[in-house]
Design a protein around this ligand. Structure first.
Ligand SMILES: [Cu+2]
Length: 111
């Protein structure tokens, strides 16, 4: 026997309006790579938010996860002036370093 599901219908009808009304996502947290340092060296961000790594040096750099299997792809090589924005969907502590200058280290903590 068929029973209509008015609640579900209302929810579905409301989806397009909700999408249109959704606020713009918060801006990404920027980590500058400058003078062979990640600045700031440590950031704390909410789950699901984004981080932009921006290379302000003339030298190439990377932000590469230290932990094997980390749910953080890393930036790959960033040449002078290049940036890469990554999303952090999962809580955790993500330590990273630069593959070219291994004393360069930083940390993203996702809450
Ligand atoms: Cu580097």
């Amino acid at each position: 026997m068929f029973r209509p599901l008015p609640t579900l219908a209302l929810v579905l009808a409301a989806v397009p309006a909700a999408v249109l009304a959704a606020p713009a996502p918060p801006p990404a947290t920027v980590i500058a790579i400058e003078s062979f340092q990640f600045t700031p060296e440590a950031v704390v961000i909410p789950k699901g938010s984004r981080v932009t790594f921006l290379n302000k040096d003339a030298a190439p750099h990377t932000a590469t996860p230290e932990e094997d299997g980390a749910k953080f792809a890393g930036t790959g090589r960033l040449l002078a002036g290049e940036s890469k924005t990554l999303t952090f969907p999962d809580k955790g502590v993500y330590n990273y370093f630069c593959e070219f200058h291994t004393t360069m280290k930083g940390r993203v903590t996702v809450r």
